[in-house]
Write a protein that binds this ligand. Structure first.
Ligand code: SF4
Ligand code: F3S
Length: 437
């Protein structure tokens, strides 16, 4: 039996697709080179924007048409399946299963039924989110390890709390087990994953464990299993504690990089977004991180064109970006999301204005990134080698502790190992480097 997976959306979706992949492999299914050859096609969807959902509808229609020509099982998972399960079946009866975010525990049963040519009539919904045991992409040296799921924050523009539900933290023993099994399979870098990892909180017989406690307790486990680097995403600035900063500072298994979503530089907009921090409190947090963790880089998300945003608010954002000198940023313009408070707020900004403002923000970040990179020339960095460079077969591509991309001359055998390099020059957003021993 052969399977084909299409994944859209965030890192959580990527991690969950990797887990589906492993579950197929455990049952001796094989990956199909194209969907045309697959016995089961899985579309893992995202609801973050209407465009994401429209694209998924397009893919569903494409596969539904393919089902007229030949028989195969069509499965839709992810946030859109969570949000629109009923509507999906009505609109496209050729979908065999639409599996919501709280029904993934049934995935194995679904595969067994598909292999036997049967149909599962009912699929249970887990009362609490069930973490899958493993999220490693076969053959990859880098793996996500989800530690929490869902979000309690209700930022006024975001659909995640509605499709992923309230925050649930994962049992630390299951996190440790996944790290050890990933390391045994060759993984060298893990990224602890959650919608808001800083609010991780596990209550067990031994008491309570917060995110700082989790970091401290998994560092030796990861290191002795053979993991050379631990990253984490995403961090909400209001929840990143001093204890977490200390935990990172005191162990160099943690990457010198924090992705800390600021979203905007105007207090008025931050308040309307319900972010619950100010530009000053964010700046102080960034200063504390930089003073305690030497060499750390910060990256961020910026959401421009929020309802009610003025030119002055955009200037405030540009000013904050220049002051904080993010190494890179993911920059978006706001798109209303049905069902969220911001979608019905007055003062929606016309699309052309949002686009023009975003272009200015992107331009400013380009200059900042370039100057941050210029400042790194001549320094040394530890790189996990990820692939052969696309441009030259005698160069490899890797990522530094500070989450910057690097190419340097080396052979493909180095993939999956760490190297110390000196950063010599810049090509686009990538450093050119030489190995130092
Ligand atoms: Fe969405 Fe805000 Fe939660 Fe992030 S913190 S997932 S933006 S509600
Ligand atoms: Fe991720 Fe999209 Fe859901 S960004 S959490 S898959 S809405």
């Amino acid at each position: 039996m052969r399977f084909f997976i299409e994944t859209y959306g965030c890192q959580m979706n990527k991690a969950e697709s990797a887990s589906f992949h492993l579950q197929f492999m455990e049952r001796s299914w094989e990956p199909a080179a194209t969907a045309e050859e697959a016995d089961l096609v899985l579309i893992n969807t995202c609801s973050v924007r209407i465009t994401a959902e429209n694209r998924a509808w397009g893919r569903i229609a494409h596969y539904a048409a393919m089902k007229r020509e030949r028989a195969f099982t069509l499965v839709v998972t992810g946030c859109m399946a969570e949000r629109l399960r009923e509507r999906m079946r009505e609109r496209e009866p050729r979908i065999d299963y639409a599996l919501g975010n709280f029904q993934k525990a049934a995935f194995g049963l679904l595969l067994d039924a598909a292999a036997a040519g049967r149909r599962l009539e009912t699929i249970e919904e887990s009362p609490a989110f069930a973490f899958m045991p493993s999220h490693r992409e076969p053959g990859s040296f880098s793996s996500f390890v989800p530690i929490m799921h869902g979000c309690d924050n209700f930022c006024s523009y975001c659909i995640v709390p509605y499709v992923r539900g309230r925050e649930v933290s994962r049992d630390p023993s299951s996190i440790a087990a996944e790290i050890e099994s990933a390391a045994a399979a060759g993984v060298r870098e893990i990224t602890l994953l959650g919608q808001n990892v800083n609010s991780y909180r596990w209550r067990g017989l031994g008491g309570e464990l917060d995110f700082a406690g989790l970091l401290t307790s998994i560092a030796p486990i990861a290191r002795s299993a053979g993991i050379g680097r631990v990253r984490f995403v995403s961090s909400h600035p209001k929840d990143l504690s001093d204890a977490t900063i200390e935990a990172i500072a005191s162990d160099d298994v943690f990457a010198r990089h924090i992705h800390l979503c600021v979203q905007h530089g105007s207090d008025r907009v931050l308040e309307a977004m319900n972010r619950r921090y100010t530009r000053d409190s964010y700046t102080l947090l960034a200063d504390r991180i930089r003073s305690r963790i030497s060499g750390v880089t910060l990256s961020t998300d910026i959401l421009i064109g929020f309802p009610g945003e003025t030119e002055e608010d955009v200037e405030d954002t540009l000013e904050l970006m220049r002051k904080l000198r993010f190494a890179y940023a993911f920059m978006y313009h706001y798109n209303p999301r049905e069902g969220t408070p911001a979608a019905v707020m007055p003062g929606q900004v016309p699309v052309a204005v949002k686009k023009a403002r975003l272009a200015r923000v992107i331009e400013a970040q380009k200059t900042i990134t370039r100057s941050v990179m210029d400042g790194m020339i001549g320094s040394e960095a530890v790189v996990l080698v990820e692939a052969v460079s696309k441009r030259r077969g005698d160069e490899v591509l890797g990522r530094t502790d500070q989450d910057m991309m690097v190419v340097f001359p080396a052979s493909a055998e180095r993939i999956g190992s760490f190297a110390r390099v000196r950063l010599e020059s810049i090509r686009g957003n990538t450093f050119k480097a030489v190995e130092v021993r």
